[in-house]
Unconditional design. Structure first.
Lengths: 169, 420
C-alpha cells in the first residue's frame, strides 16, 4: 500500500497547513507518517513523498540522512534513547546507561534479543532537571520517561514486552 | 512574588481555556486587535524593554519594527526547538501554560500583520505539538483564532510543525530552511528574516519564552514590565538550573538576581555540600565562570554576566562542583557540537571534528600538554570564521576552560608531560 492509500486524510490535513505553492514544507510531517506506517522510512515511501510534493527522491533521502529522528533501517520496535549530554551526565546518566546495558546484556546501540528495544545514547532532550531520563521512540510516537532508575526501566521494558506502555512512567 | 510566565504554579488549571480566560486570558489580544492597532502594540513591546529569551537578547519590539512593509505576506515563527543542553524552560511553558504562549504568538502576528504563524517544535516534543494543536482548536472555537477576529478584518491561523532532531534548527535561518522542507542549514546573513524569511517573505522568529511575556505586557503596560529586572535587562527570566545542585528545575526570577541566590536559596545548594567550582550560564554554549565569591554575587542580567567574561544566553545555569574535572566537561560539550554541526561551513565541520579527537584523547589520559595547546589553537582559529553561532559556541567552553581551569588540564596530561 502506498503512503497516500494508507493515510489519505492525514496527508490532506498536513498539506493544508502550508501555502499550496510551498507544499514541500510538508516533507517532514510526511516522513513521520512514513515511519509510522513501516517502522522506518523505506525507499518506496520516499518515492511516494517525492511524488506527492513534486521534489526528487534524492532530496527526500537527504532529509532522512540529516535529521536524527528519521530512520532508514528498522532496529528494535522501540528505541530507548538515553540522554548522556553534560547536564544529565552530571546527575548520573552515564552510570545509569551502563548499568541498564549490563542488566540487558547488550551494548549501547544494540537491540534486545527479541527485537523489542534498541538502546541508544543521544544528545540533550530538554529534561536536564529530571535525569536520568530517556525518550522512548516507538510506532505510536515519542514518550518521555524522567527521573528514572534501572529498576523502573527494566519494569517498563517488561511492560512493553506485554504490550502495556503506560507502566513505569 | 507570583509568577508571570510560570503562572500554572499558582493557577494549576490555567491550561483550561475557561480558567485562562477568567484569569485575564486573551485580554491582551482583544485589546491589541480592537483598540491598539499594530504600531501601538509594537511600540509598547519596544518600550517594555523585552529582549529575546532564546539566547541572543535582541530587543523584541525593535525586531518587529524591522519587518519590510513593502513585501507581503508576513509570517511569525515561534522558535520551540529548545535544544541547548541545560535548557528546559519553553517546554514547561507550553506544557503547563499553553494559552499564554499562544496568545503571545497571536499578538505578535497581529503586530506584524501576519495571518499565518508557525510554531516550530523540536521533533522530540511530539506530544507537546499534539497538545498545542488541541489548544489551538479550542481557541478557534472560542473565537480567539480564525477569520475576522473580534469582528475586525484581521484573520489568523496558527500551525505547529515538528523538527526531527537537529540542534542547529534553533538557529533562526536554519529553522526557516527546515520549515521550508529542506535540510536545516543556516543561511548567509544578511538578509535577516524580517526582510527575507520564510518562503523569502518578511518573518519574525521569536522564542517561546519571549512571546509568552507579551500578553501581560499589553494588559499591564511597558512601565509595569520595566519595573522588574534591571535597566539593561527588563522583566523576569526563567532560569533553568541543572547540574550538581540539590533542587534542579526552572526558576522564574527578576533579572539581576544573583547566582548565589539562584543556586543556594532556590536550588538548595550543592549536592553533598561540596564546594562549587564552575558555572555555565548559557548551557553548553557557555564560557566557563570561575565560581568565586565575586561571581556568585554577580547579578544575572545580560550586562553584568559579561563582566565575568561570559554571557547569560538562554540562562541555562549548569552548576559544576569540585568532583568534576573541566576536561570532562569540554569533552562532553565538544561531542555535542561535533554531533550537531550541520556540515555546511568548513571551520565548524572540521574544527569540531578535530577538537573532539583532542578532548577525547585528553580525557583518556593519553594526551600531552602540547595537545592541550593544540586544542586551544584549533578552537581559537575557528572563532570569527563560522557561518553561524554554533561553531563559535563550540569553542567557548574549550578556550575558557583551558584558560581558567588550567590545573585540570595539567592533571589530565601529567602522565605524558611534554611530548618528546
Amino acid at each position: 500500500m502506498s503512503l497516500l492509500e494508507a493515510y489519505p486524510e492525514e496527508i490532506k490535513k498536513i498539506l493544508a497547513k502550508y501555502p499550496t505553492e510551498h507544499k514541500r514544507s510538508a516533507v517532514m510531517p510526511l516522513l513521520y507518517l512514513a515511519q509510522r506506517k513501516d517502522g522506518c522510512i523505506t525507499k518506496e515511501t520516499m518515492g511516494d513523498i517525492a511524488e506527492v510534493l513534486e521534489i526528487s527522491e534524492t532530496e527526500v533521502a537527504s532529509l532522512v540522512g540529516f535529521y536524527t529522528l528519521y530512520h532508514d533501517k528498522q532496529e528494535g520496535k522501540y528505541r530507548m534513547q538515553v540522554c548522556t549530554d553534560m547536564p544529565c551526565a552530571l546527575r548520573g546518566a552515564d552510570q545509569f546507561l551502563e548499568a541498564l546495558c549490563d542488566n540487558l546484556g547488550i551494548q549501547v546501540g544494540e537491540t534486545t534479543e527479541d527485537g523489542l528495544v534498541t538502546i541508544e545514547a543521544v544528545m540533550c532532550l530538554a529534561g536536564c532537571d529530571k535525569a536520568p531520563m530517556f525518550q522512548l521512540q516507538g510506532p505510536e510516537g515519542i514518550d518521555y520517561h524522567e527521573n528514572m532508575t534501572v529498576d523502573k526501566t527494566l519494569e517498563l521494558i517488561e511492560a512493553l514486552r506485554k504490550g502495556d506502555k503506560e507502566v513505569g512512567k | 512574588m507570583s509568577h508571570i510566565l510560570l503562572r500554572h504554579r499558582e493557577i494549576p488549571d490555567i491550561d483550561q481555556i475557561q480558567v485562562y480566560e477568567k484569569n485575564g486570558g486573551f485580554d491582551g489580544l482583544k485589546q491589541a486587535v480592537t483598540k491598539m492597532g499594530p504600531d501601538k502594540v509594537t511600540e509598547v513591546v519596544k518600550n517594555s524593554g523585552l529582549r529575546g529569551r532564546g539566547g541572543a537578547g535582541f530587543p523584541t519590539g525593535v525586531k518587529w519594527s524591522f519587518m519590510d512593509k513593502n513585501n507581503w505576506p508576513h509570517y511569525v515563527t515561534a522558535n520551540a526547538d529548545e535544544s541547548e543542553p541545560g535548557t528546559f524552560k519553553d517546554r514547561e511553558i507550553m506544557e503547563s501554560n499553553p494559552f499564554q504562549f499562544l496568545e503571545g504568538v497571536a499578538i505578535a502576528s497581529f503586530a506584524v500583520g501576519a495571518q499565518d504563524a508557525y510554531i516550530y517544535l523540536r521533533g522530540e516534543f511530539w506530544q507537546i505539538a499534539e497538545w498545542l494543536d488541541q489548544k489551538i482548536e479550542e481557541m478557534h472555537k472560542a473565537g480567539f483564532l480564525g477569520d475576522k477576529l473580534f469582528g475586525t478584518d484581521y484573520s489568523l491561523r496558527i500551525h505547529t510543525h515538528l523538527g526531527a532532531g537537529a540542534y542547529i534548527c534553533g538557529e533562526e535561518t536554519a529553522l526557516l530552511e527546515s520549515l521550508e522542507g529542506k535540510r536545516g542549514q543556516p543561511r548567509v546573513r544578511p538578509p535577516f528574516p524580517p526582510s527575507f524569511g520564510l518562503y523569502g517573505k518578511p518573518t519574525v522568529v521569536n522564542n517561546v519564552e519571549t512571546l509568552s511575556n507579551v500578553p501581560l505586557i499589553i494588559t499591564h503596560g511597558a512601565d509595569w514590565y520595566k519595573s522588574m529586572g534591571t535597566d539593561d535587562s527588563a522583566g523576569v527570566k526563567i532560569f533553568s538550573l541543572s547540574g550538581r545542585v540539590n533542587k534542579p528545575g526552572n526558576y522564574e526570577l527578576p533579572f539581576g538576581t544573583t547566582f548565589r541566590e539562584l543556586i543556594y536559596n532556590h536550588g538548595g545548594g550543592i549536592i553533598d555540600d561540596r564546594p562549587i567550582k564552575a558555572i555555565m550560564a548559557a548551557g553548553a554554549s557557555s564560557s566557563l565562570i570561575v565560581a568565586d565569591d565575586k561571581a556568585l554575587d554577580t547579578p544575572m542580567d545580560y550586562a553584568s554576566v559579561r563582566t565575568l567574561g561570559a554571557d547569560l544566553g538562554s540562562a541555562s545555569v549548569i552548576v559544576i562542583d569540585d568532583t568534576v574535572s573541566l576536561e570532562w566537561v569540554i569533552n562532553k560539550t565538544v561531542h555535542f557540537f561535533r554531533h550537531e554541526s550541520c556540515g555546511k561551513c568548513t571551520p565548524c565541520r572540521e574544527g569540531t571534528y578535530w577538537m573532539q579527537h583532542l578532548t577525547e584523547r585528553i580525557h583518556q589520559g593519553e594526551a600531552s600538554w602540547e595537545d592541550v595547546q593544540l586544542l586551544k589553537d584549533v578552537a581559537t582559529q575557528m572563532q570569527g570564521k563560522c557561518l553561524c553561532a554554533l561553531g563559535e559556541f563550540s569553542t567557548m567552553a574549550v578556550v575558557t576552560s583551558i584558560e581558567r581551569f588550567e590545573a585540570d588540564f595539567k592533571a589530565a596530561t601529567a602522565k605524558h608531560g611534554a611530548r618528546a
